[in-house]
Ligand binder design. Sequence first.
Ligand SMILES: Nc1ncnc2c1ncn2[C@@H]1O[C@H](COP(=O)(O)OP(=O)(O)OP(=O)(O)O)[C@@H](O)[C@H]1O
Ligand SMILES: [Mg+2]
Length: 467
Amino acid sequence: MTANTPKDVQTPINMDALYQQLLDAVDVGIHVVNKNGESIIYNKKMMEIESMGSEDVLEKNLLDVFKFRDSQSSTLVQALTTGKSTKNAKQTYFNYKGKEITTINNSFPITEKGEITGAVEIARDVTQLEHVIKENVLNKRNTNFTFDKIIGDSEPMQTVIDEAKRATRTSSSVMIAGETGTGKELFAQSVHNGSARSSAPFISQNCAAIPDNLMESLLFGTKKGAFTGATDRPGLFEQADGGTLLLDEINSLDPSLQAKLLRVIQEKTIRRIGDLKDKKVDVRIIATINEDPVDAISGGQLRKDLFYRLSVVSLFVPPLRERTEDIDTLTRHFIEKYNNLFKMDVKGISSEVRQVLHEHDWPGNVRELEHTVEGAMNLILDEDTITIGNLPAKFRKKYQQEPGALPNNLLNLNDENQHSLKEKLTEAEKFYIQQALARNNHNISHTAKNLSISRQSLQYRMRRLGL
Ligand SMILES: Nc1ncnc2c1ncn2[C@@H]1O[C@H](COP(=O)(O)OP(=O)(O)OP(=O)(O)O)[C@@H](O)[C@H]1O
Ligand SMILES: [Mg+2]
């Protein structure tokens, strides 16, 4: 590296530092091994691609750090041992932590006086694309929701269910709006499973999860050679042919892709990236959006023309706080679900819990309620009822700060167990002192003042009550 170092410049540049900076600035992974197969250069991008640190790799033998399948040896090792160069070779291997990596590589040997002294690999990452495609295959599981499994007797829920059921008779596009966790995915699956398309694929893709440049290949597919590493691969439209494609969070799709999507819906044909031919596809589109479509349009996240195309059938799933009648049924449903899953026998919720659940405004909607029940059932010990103490702090706090809200055992003056007046009063005393302490952030002076007793008296009582 020092052979070309200029010697007579005014401000000498440290060429080693410069090369290092260059290596770390480029957007391809660079990995160089010496003739023993030990790594001598391993740049920043390569660390990213392979999820490794330089200390994991440098000065170690390549084959001690990475595992290759028997069927596919390392292109870097090939360059080293046989002098063979490879171009645009797709390679899948594993780092020593077991993480799978897929790259497109150019590899070549370094020679000095006709002898191989090392090898270089220049790699581009395609793990992300591979991963996305695999996840999509996995996404095909668990798409068996049907209308009868959607819980909700409230009038607004029954209205949407009726509207959605009518949509099963056609192949028109459907737009489902609703806050996060309201059950949009359930509706989409139920429409598909209730339709004549039910035996064809239901494919769901979240538009927010994928970078724009990958999204286009993912939706429309690629033709071999369209870009480095591109193979003949069908996109989601082709995979969903005859069935339904759910595009989640459509407002996160890049506007230029929204325009392409619109064209596909109108012309019912797609063209793989890099291809010259169009292909006919028959796919029902269901799109979801978790904000008001009108706001999304005026905010520029949703193209108006696409919105009109998609909202032939337009469903709005109301937030849970606008259908509190459903809270009891949903709670019972989730208790049953987790009773089965956890092999438990929880019978229900206490009246305070019920009150708290009805008063909460559920920004996370049904998903939040489900998690609340699941969490409570993890905390419950021997009781067969979920009580306030089993709920997360956000619920408890609100309840405990409520003045005059006495614990259940205090309220119940007729309980069968004989308690002396003294015992009852001690419980009440403890409860009030705890409340006052919480209100005053555990400041002793303030709490004492608040309760009109002296500091010493408060401290004495706290010791006696074990607070
Ligand atoms: N009416 C319902 N009956 C039974 N379970 C429901 C109902 N609504 C939602 N759920 C449950 O709540 C969770 C969230 O539902 P879903 O994934 O359909 O929400 P979403 O509206 O698609 O949310 P996001 O916008 O965050 O994707 C799921 O676990 C689902 O099983
Ligand atoms: Mg969803």
